[in-house]
Design a binder for this molecule. Structure first.
Ligand code: ZN
Ligand code: ZN
Length: 302
């Protein structure tokens, strides 16, 4: 179970087994994700191979926060998105990005078939300041029977707006966004700086067509998302060399009637949370989202 206090609107997951996980490593000879260390992996759920190497491999997390036979029911996977130890995601080719997003969607759909799973979070921690414990690039998929409070509240507020306005909040926001406030757009996605922006240089990628889940995205949308992620991560690298970041896939809950509009958050980790943020969950952002938009636009024009 998620440890929760309904009245103080707080929840957490106690996972003492994660204390044993290895720390970040720069060397490939001790890396459990590098080719040659297959014996470190207990279960491979999905693998896309290219010549002698793999391109994407989805495996079980050796230090899961949840599992089918633990106190907290769920799935915790690791998505190893390159066989090369220090390859940066911004340097992946566009077809590589597409294969990666497609593989994660296939796994998402497999997990979502379980009627006991109510919520799936896909995320990437890139770099130490983003929370990565292993330097070899990877993502994680956490699927839970319970929806974390923060997300449940977001779904409820989202649907309250929908009931009142008779339209989806993010669809409406996209319609209202002026051209000058768009960081970048392609045929199926639009990149914007959200208001309010909680973090310095935070960017959201929003599909132009309403989709509740990651599982609902169509092949063309996955392809364009890969193109856009590559473009934006390269721009972030120009903004700050070796930029560390989190990517969060914001998906609607499963097996419930609450609607949501899927989107992807890119959060570069340029500052640390301090006492005010930890106390209030209200974040102090020192860069106005409009300034972030202008900076990214100028980098992308170069
Ligand atoms: Zn490695
Ligand atoms: Zn929508």
């Amino acid at each position: 179970m998620i440890d929760e206090d309904y009245y103080l609107i707080k929840n957490c997951i106690i996972a003492e087994n994660r204390k044993a996980r290895p720390s970040i490593n720069e060397r490939s000879d001790s890396c459990p994700f590098c080719p040659g260390h297959e014996s470190d992996i207990e279960q491979v759920h999905l693998e896309v191979k290219q010549e002698n190497d793999f391109l994407v491999k989805i495996v079980n997390n050796k230090y899961p926060i949840c599992s089918y036979n633990q106190g907290l029911y769920g799935v915790h996977d690791v998505v190893i998105d390159t066989s090369r130890h220090l390859e940066c995601p911004k340097d992946f080719t566009t077809p590589h990005w597409h294969i990666l997003l497609d593989a994660m969607q296939t796994r998402w759909r497999q997990i979502a078939q379980d009627p006991k799973i109510g919520f799936i979070q896909i995320f990437k921690n890139y770099g130490k300041s983003a929370g990565a414990s292993i330097s070899h690039s990877h993502w994680q998929i956490v699927a839970l029977s319970q929806i974390p409070y923060q997300m449940l509240h977001q779904y409820e507020h989202y649907n309250a707006y929908q009931d009142w306005a008779k339209k989806c909040y993010l669809c409406h926001k996209l319609q209202e966004t002026k051209k000058e406030d768009v960081i970048f757009e392609n045929d199926t996605w639009i990149a914007i700086a959200p208001t309010p922006s909680e973090f310095e240089h935070e960017t959201w990628l929003v599909p132009k067509v309403h989709r509740k889940h990651y599982g609902d995205l169509q092949p063309q949308e996955l392809e364009s998302a890969g193109e856009l992620l590559k473009i934006l991560l390269s721009a972030y690298d120009k903004l700050k060399q070796n930029c560390e970041f989190n990517i969060c896939f914001m998906s609607g809950g499963l097996h419930n009637s609450l609607d949501y509009h899927f989107h992807i958050k890119i959060i570069p980790r340029l500052t640390q949370w301090a006492g005010f943020e930890l106390a209030t969950h209200c974040y102090i952002n020192t860069i106005h989202p409009k300034i972030h938009v202008r900076l990214m636009q100028s980098i992308l024009r170069e």
